[in-house]
Design a protein around this ligand. Structure first.
Ligand code: RP5
Length: 173
């Protein structure tokens, strides 16, 4: 088994129901990853140690998910030069998800976090894979297949809608 290239971390075990989507797509795309809980507020020393040691351990990208007062992605980004992808989680302590989104999105200049949609762990996994694919042809190939499958699915939907009898002057056949 080769070393993990992506680190998936989350503020609480309760985030796993969302963050497992990142794990699932990374697995599908053949990207080695590790996954654990690192809390900015409950285990701050662990968070700093994780972020400071990730690069030396071979991690290329960190995906960090948190909800409510979601400081984890930004704090990790503050102590590493690795790209950090933030996943705002609509958690039990979140006010409709906006607190999670804004806490992760509104970073000060100089400390970027690539923020995906609320509960958008799947896209975080795909984005991480796309970064890995820049220097990994196997992952690049799997991403090409993945995108083609998305396209094929829409084409199939278009055919089904047409068979159902809806008028469409755009698609000639
Ligand atoms: C955040 O608080 C975590 O990332 C989680 O989304 C939220 C709630 O955590 P629990 O109280 O469920 O552990 O720090």
């Amino acid at each position: 088994m080769s070393k993990p290239l992506v680190g998936v971390v989350m503020g609480s075990e309760s985030d796993l129901k969302i963050m497992k989507d990142a794990a699932e797509v990374l697995g599908h795309l053949g990207v080695e990853f590790e996954l654990t809980v690192v809390s900015a507020h409950r285990t701050p020393q662990r968070m700093i140690e994780y972020a400071e040691t990730a690069k030396a351990r071979g991690i290329n990208v960190i995906i960090a998910g948190a909800g409510g007062a979601a400081h984890l992605p930004g704090m990790i980004a503050s102590v590493t030069t690795l790209p950090v992808i933030g996943v705002p989680v609509k958690s039990s302590n979140s006010i409709d998800g906006w607190d999670s989104v804004l806490s992760i999105l509104q970073m000060p200049g100089g400390v970027p976090v690539a923020t995906v949609a609320l509960n958008g762990a799947k896209n975080a996994g795909i984005l991480a894979a796309q970064i890995i694919a820049l220097s990994n042809s196997d992952v690049a190939q799997k991403l090409t297949v993945y995108k083609q499958e998305l396209k094929d699915k829409v084409q199939q939907n278009i055919r089904e809608i047409k068979i159902a009898g809806y008028r469409n002057e755009f698609d000639k056949e």
